[in-house]
Write a protein that binds this ligand. Structure first.
Ligand SMILES: O=C(O)C1=C[C@@H](OP(=O)(O)O)[C@@H](O)[C@H](O)C1
Ligand SMILES: C=C(OP(=O)(O)O)C(=O)O
Length: 426
């Protein structure tokens, strides 16, 4: 995929696809609830399609009818033993949340995914699930997938998570549905709370206080209508592009702006961005808004601490913005970036350097001295969708032409990304 410097502004309106985190959860909770769950604006990206395929293998009917996905749930104990290994593709969310559900089943299962998934850390879920009494092992003994899971009866525990990870938290909460007592999770900083909101919406009993969530076991979950808001992580690339390209003004409609996800908006505003939220509303507990973005002159800032989990997937595009901003941007406390689809600290830093940016990798983030002229070059995306989209944005603002190696990996979370970008730049 080749991206040329954009010489005219981005103008117009767009709807980004449905939120990836919420789409995964709608299928999972729909499958373990009684009755039909209808999901609209479901993200048809490869990751969420992997979640659908895993639940189909466990006897759940999931069909598309016009604009809706219909999940025919069979209740907490209605899944059947899959005949084959469950393939999660490239999706960490599928792997970790599904493992929590599988741990409490009455059957054994095997779960694996692509090369990237097979190198991502799974000890972070093996440890709490084992404390609950689950039989979960890393088949190669390296703490990664493939995972073998023996379904067992589970004990309620309190888990003090060393990482602020919604995948770890959600894994433990989902296993907690099958436990003999209440289960709670405390995390160092609050991570995205879509599981808590949706579990409550489907009828589970939970309480949340600061960074601790407690769930009661064995609820009666009932199928619901879920309308998935647009994904702020996908909107982030258009926010970034409109901020960088002179004269741009775009409106992104119906974006999820849950406070545990909207760190990108807070950071952009602190960098001097002209962003206005319109039509703010909150259906099903998930706030949404239309986001108006105008080209702005940005300056560097420090990004660290509790805001990090609320923008973790947006750091690649934030780093691109920082490279075009005046002054220094320091990103700290973001060591989780090393264990995503690629090592996002190394890959962002090496690609920004290749374009001419002045940037240094650190142990838990990076330091970007913005304002150097950037020039298009060959970008190795490492087949990481966030890297491809972040460097597509860099390519629009840099001199010359940027080539994205394996740029088609955007299909993981945003199949129509390049088309939507082209539509706004016409
Ligand atoms: O729970 C989720 O839906 C997600 C949580 C985050 O991962 P971690 O929980 O590993 O931080 C995020 O990076 C991922 O894209 C989606
Ligand atoms: C890290 C990501 O997803 P996952 O962990 O589900 O693979 C992502 O989408 O940036």
């Amino acid at each position: 995929m080749n991206i040329k410097k954009l010489t005219s502004p981005l103008r117009g309106e767009l709807n980004v696809p449905g939120d990836k985190s919420i789409s995964h959860r709608a299928i999972m909770l729909g499958a373990i609830s009684m009755g039909t769950t209808s999901v609209t604006n479901f993200l048809q990206g490869a990751d969420c399609l992997s979640t659908i395929s895993c639940f189909r293998k466990m006897g759940i009917s999931i069909e598309t009818e016009q604009e809706e996905i219909l999940v025919k749930g069979k209740g907490l104990h209605g899944l059947s033993r899959p005949d084959t290994v469950l393939d999660v593709g490239n999706s960490g969310t599928t792997t970790r949340l599904l493992a929590g559900i599988l741990a409490g089943q009455k059957f054994d299962s095997d779960l694996t995914g692509d090369e990237s998934i097979q190198s991502r850390p799974m000890k972070r879920i093996i440890r709490p699930l084992a404390q609950m009494g689950a039989g979960i092992t890393s088949v190669r003994g390296n703490g990664c997938a493939p995972l073998h899971i023996e379904g067992r009866s589970l004990k309620g525990i309190h888990y003090d998570s060393p990482v602020a990870s919604a995948q770890v938290k959600s894994c433990v909460l989902l296993a907690g549905l099958y436990a003999d007592d209440i289960t709670s999770v405390t995390e160092p900083y609050l991570s995205r709370n879509h599981s808590e909101i949706m579990l409550d919406y489907f009828g589970a009993t939970l309480t949340a206080e600061d960074t601790t969530v407690t769930i009661y076991p064995d609820p009666i979950l009932e199928g619901q209508k879920v309308s998935v808001p647009g994904d702020i992580s996908s909107a982030a690339y258009f926010i970034g592009a409109a901020l960088l390209i002179p004269g741009s003004e775009i409106l992104i409609r119906n974006v999820g702006v849950n406070p545990t996800r909207n760190g990108i908006l807070r950071v952009c505003e602190k960098m001097g961005a002209d962003i206005t939220l319109m039509n703010v509303s909150a259906e099903e507990g998930e706030p949404t808004a239309d986001i108006l973005v105008r080209h702005s002159r940005l300056h560097g800032i420090t990004i660290d601490g509790s805001i990090i989990p609320s923008l973790i997937d947006e750091i690649p595009v934030i780093a691109v913005l920082a490279a075009f901003a005046q002054g220094e941007t320091v990103i700290r406390d973001a060591q989780e970036l090393k264990v995503k689809e690629s090592n996002r600290i190394d890959v962002v830093v090496s690609n920004l350097k290749a374009m001419g940016a002045d940037v240094t990798a650190t142990d838990d983030g990076m330091i970007i001295r913005g304002g150097q002229p950037l020039t298009g070059t060959l970008i190795d995306t490492k087949r990481d969708h966030r890297i491809a989209m972040a460097f597509a944005v860099a390519g629009l603002a840099a001199k010359g032409e940027t080539q994205l190696l394996n740029g088609e990996c955007v299909t993981i979370s945003y199949p129509g990304f390049y088309q939507d970008l082209a539509a706004l730049s016409r």
